[in-house]
Design a protein around this ligand. Structure first.
Ligand SMILES: O=C(O)C1=C[C@@H](OP(=O)(O)O)[C@@H](O)[C@H](O)C1
Ligand SMILES: C=C(OP(=O)(O)O)C(=O)O
Length: 436
């Protein structure tokens, strides 16, 4: 596939359902009593991995391509899977399911793709072990034919769960995956489990678990969950994913004479830092029709071409736009002046090292970018030219550089453009449709 400069983008679009909320709908439905219906479910590879893991754990799940029905079996209704659970490319699946499996009396084996096998899991082993779960990592090269014990702190690994104690975990990292994993294990604890984070991360778990009937309380950066709730199946309508809308926000802002209306996007303040960052850069963005969908704030976002300028992105806003930083870096390359991104060392442990992958590709396109230990500095305003993009199999890198390529001279090509199926299977078709 080659991408060339296009002049402007116009029209209305809806982006697919939110990935974080889709995962949680399946997981919480599986451990609730009765039927959970998830509409506008994201049919991306990551969320399909969550469905297949819970099917392996004995949960009947019907998926007609949009609506998903989960026949929940209650907190203690999961069955041991004889085969390893394969989370594919999905860190959210792996870390959240581990919290649930920590509470089961059986053993589970978890594995995923080569990217997952590089991602750090000690961050969940530490609190879940403190609660009483036991973990054993295996050497990925020889697994499963010749299981060799490893101390890698990465997948593949075995969890032996059961008889959990409650804890108050002071997480060193602002991570919704760590927080959610501990809170889910806390459902099986012997008292109130609390998680305190340095900065508040996305709170979809707290909002949705409360909707299923859990007793859960959030105060600033601490969330507390009471054990042994009776969870009841729910109807969840998933709002559009702001992380997917981000590519169209960037495209609308940096492409000349463009105007896009992105409908029904989740704008939970713990997720929507990109809106604040884009406004700080001088972006013409308006939120319309603000409403609540299944307990989550949603709105339509009107985006118009803008002359952007640089900004500083640091501190407590970082967890609210962590997945959007690659496309924000692309926006910054089209802005006048410098943009400084700090406190974002978590970028190094996503599907790729996103400080390195963003830097490499933006440099290849002629941008002025310097990587730092915890972010990057971009001196914008240079015109970009085509390059062959190395995605490292990372969906967010592919989509961010599609946005760059649509505003760069020449033919931009990709080593693997298909990795977008992880979170946005119809991405290229949606871009095509909005071309004026
Ligand atoms: O909880 C979630 O759904 C997610 C949390 C974030 O990860 P961390 O918790 O590792 O920051 C984010 O990057 C990921 O895409 C989804
Ligand atoms: C980091 C991401 O997802 P996960 O951690 O679930 O793989 C992402 O979608 O950008």
């Amino acid at each position: 596939m080659e991408i060339t400069k296009k002049h402007s983008f116009h029209g209305e679009l809806t982006v697919p359902g939110d990935k974080s909320i889709s995962h949680r709908g399946i997981m919480f439905g599986a451990i609730s009593n009765g039927l959970t219906e998830v509409t506008n479910f994201l049919q991306g590879a990551d969320c399909l991995s969550t469905i297949s893991c819970f099917r392996q754990l004995g949960i009947a799940i019907e998926n007609d391509g949009s609506r998903v029905l989960v026949h929940g079996k209650g907190l203690r209704g999961l069955k041991k899977s004889e085969l390893a659970l394969d989370v594919g490319n999905s860190g959210t699946t792996l870390r959240l399911i581990s919290g649930i499996l920590a509470g089961q009396s059986f053993q589970s084996v978890l594995n995923g793709d080569v990217s997952i096998q590089k991602r750090p899991m000690k961050r969940i082993f530490t609190p879940l072990s403190e609660m009483g779960a036991r973990f054993q990592c295996w050497d990925a090269m020889h697994f499963p034919e010749h299981p060799i014990k490893s101390s890698s702190g990465r997948a593949p690994f075995t969890i032996q769960g059961g008889n959990l104690k409650h804890i108050h975990y002071q997480s060193p990292i602002a991570s919704a995956q760590i927080k959610s994993s501990v809170l889910l294990a806390g459902l099986y604890g012997d008292g109130i489990t609390r998680v305190t984070e340095p900065v508040l991360s996305r709170n979809h778990t707290e909002l949705m678990l409360a909707g299923f009937g859990a007793n859960i309380l959030s105060t600033e950066t601490t969330a507390a969950v009471w054990p042994e709730p009776v969870l009841e199946g729910q109807s969840i309508h998933v709002p559009g994913d702001i992380s997917s809308a981000a590519y169209f926000i960037a495209l609308g802002l940096i492409s000349p004479n463009s105007e896009l209306l992105i409908q029904n996007v989740g704008v939970n303040p713990t997720r929507s830092g990109i809106l604040k960052a884009a406004l700080a850069m001088g972006g013409n963005l308006t939120l319309l029709n603000e409403r609540t969908v299944s307990g989550e704030p949603a709105a339509d976002i009107l985006v118009k071409s803008s002359s952007l300028h640089g900004t500083v992105i640091e501190g407590s806003i970082i967890p609210t736009l962590i997945d959007e930083l690659p496309v924000i870096a692309v926006m910054a390359s089209f802005a006048e002046g410098s943009t400084v991104i700090k406190d974002a060392q978590e970028l190094k442990v996503k599907e790729s090292d996103r400080i390195a992958s963003v830097t490499e590709n933006l440099m290849a396109m002629g941008a002025d970018i310097t990587p730092t230990e915890d972010g990057m500095i971009i001196n914008g305003g240079r015109s970009l030219h085509c390059a062959r993009i190395r995605t490292y199999g990372d969906h967010r890198i592919a989509m961010s550089f599609a946005v760059a390529g649509l505003n760069a001279d020449g033919e931009t090509s990709f080593d693997d453009e298909n990795c977008v199926t992880v979170s946005y299977p119809s991405f290229y078709q949606d871009v095509e449709r909005l071309l004026k």
